[in-house]
Design a protein around this ligand. Structure first.
Ligand code: IMP
Length: 434
């Protein structure tokens, strides 16, 4: 039995989709434990590109089970749409997709609140994906959430009563605070969600039981994180974060599995850094040729929102912090080939605050304070030749090898694999993870 958690070490979009897809071959179950359809996992195979927002990308492998754990917030409309997308592409989900009966639903009013709040915040906005993620998690923590198990026929009456009082409060807020004329009627909301529940019913079960039983039977389980460590609600650049526990610890609470079950934690990192949405980004390059190269060559456009991603140098301090927060045992480096044309490259090894003090971790006040820190860079020669598609470490240009070794040294974690292009084949494996 092996159990591996895959996490992003930066602000998301590290290329987790490809790594999860690669490792799924040796996995029996792939489990998502947090987030919702704010994620965008891209997988390339057979010359085609597929993007999933909710269902674990392991679903593309026949015979594997894909699980949406209790920690995921699920927009039933988005899930039904994704099931349709998979079917249209010849991927059958019957019997292979399992959805936790404890997972909270993203309700239509959550999406309305997400958009209204962002539009009112102006310059202070977070830059959310507008999918209702934050409001759904707020209601979960505030004990006003709606779960799939609430739709069982014998629970419907109780749900109706709860929803009535939830919507009374929401409608007051919508009317008097947001001056919105989009109010929510309990019967309409309930009927809509109940109809979606009926379609999703075949997939819904106790997924904690399922995952624990699989582990007991000695099967291999992979926990697929969404977003990245620096977007974690506790450990990220608060308040510019998402609303879930993206770090490896979230795999336990978000799937109902104890910490003693986790054996390995693989942190995925881009060879440089990107961020989408607002918030601190110490190594960001704005308007420079490097920013343009990374954005263009890396096709750095958000898979979910289509927004251009902000780009910058590799931040060794942030990734080392992610290694600590996640208890990372391995590193996987992605998109190295994007940097192939650069003559010289920078890596951030420390920060300096406005008083000139050296900092060796990402300060916790960075997000909310308006204070700035500047990166301290180490300059390294670029390899200025192609690494695209290399599959053996021996074939890697010496300077590129030096660069990835330095990233591993800064993170304090050994490299398990390096991705040298988007497709499955374009990968260097240094260690067998299962
Ligand atoms: P939310 O998750 O939609 O509430 O957005 C909160 C922040 O997380 C925003 O800055 C989003 O851009 C960011 N975010 C959410 N999901 C992703 C993702 O999958 N990749 C990168 N950033 C994300």
């Amino acid at each position: 039995m092996s159990s591996i958690v895959i996490v992003g070490t930066q602000w998301g979009d590290e290329g987790k989709g490809k790594i999860v897809d690669l490792l799924t071959g040796k996995t029996d179950l792939v489990v998502r434990y947090q987030g919702g359809n704010n994620a965008g996992h891209t997988v390339v195979f057979g010359g085609n590109t597929y993007v999933l927002h909710l269902v674990p990308s392991g679903i593309f492998h026949p015979g594997k089970t894909a699980v949406l754990g209790n920690g995921v917030v699920i927009d039933p409309a988005a899930l039904l749409e994704e099931i349709g997308y998979l079917k249209d592409h010849g991927v059958s989900v019957e019997g292979r997709l399992k959805v936790s009966d404890q997972a909270h639903l993203i309700m239509p009013y959550h999406k309305a609140f997400d958009k209204l709040r962002e539009s009112l915040k102006g310059a202070g906005k977070i830059g959310t994906t507008g999918r209702g993620i934050g409001p759904a998690y707020e209601d979960k923590a505030g004990r006003s959430g709606v779960r799939f198990c609430d739709f069982l026929p014998e629970n419907r009456k109780g749900l109706g009563e709860r929803l009535k009082s939830i919507l009374e409060e929401k409608n007051v807020l919508l009317k008097s605070h947001f001056h919105s004329d989009q109010l929510f009627d309990v019967d309409t909301v309930l009927a809509g969600a109940a109809a979606q529940y009926e379609k999703l019913k075949p997939f819904i079960c106790d997924t904690s039981l399922l995952v624990n039983e699989a582990l007991e039977q000695g099967r291999n389980v992979m926990f697929e994180g969404a977003q990245g460590t620096l977007l974690d609600v506790d450990h990220g650049t608060y308040p510019y974060v998402t609303s879930s526990s993206t770090a490896a610890g979230g795999a336990c609470t978000g799937s109902g599995v104890g910490p003693t079950r986790i054996q390995k934690v693989v942190g995925i990192t881009k060879a440089y850094t990107t961020r989408v949405g607002e918030g601190p980004f110490p190594t960001e390059e704005t308007g420079t040729p490097v920013a343009e190269t990374l954005q263009k060559r890396g096709h750095e456009v958000g898979a979910t929102t289509g927004r251009i991603r902000r780009c910058g140098w590799f931040d060794g301090v942030a990734v080392r912090q992610a290694a600590r927060l996640n208890g990372m045992t391995h590193l996987a480096i992605t998109k190295l080939d994007v940097m192939d044309t650069l003559d010289s490259v920078n890596v951030c090894v420390a920060y300096q605050d406005e008083q000139g003090n050296r900092l060796h971790s990402l300060p916790h006040w960075l997000g909310g304070s308006g204070r700035k820190i500047t990166p301290v860079y180490e300059e390294m020669p670029g390899w200025a030749c192609s690494t695209r598609g290399i599959t053996r470490l021996e074939d890697m240009p010496k300077l590129a090898r030096r660069y990835v070794d330095r990233l591993s040294e800064l993170a304090g974690v050994p490299i398990a694999l390096i991705s040298t292009g988007p497709s499955r084949e374009e990968t260097i494996f240094l260690e067998d993870l299962f």
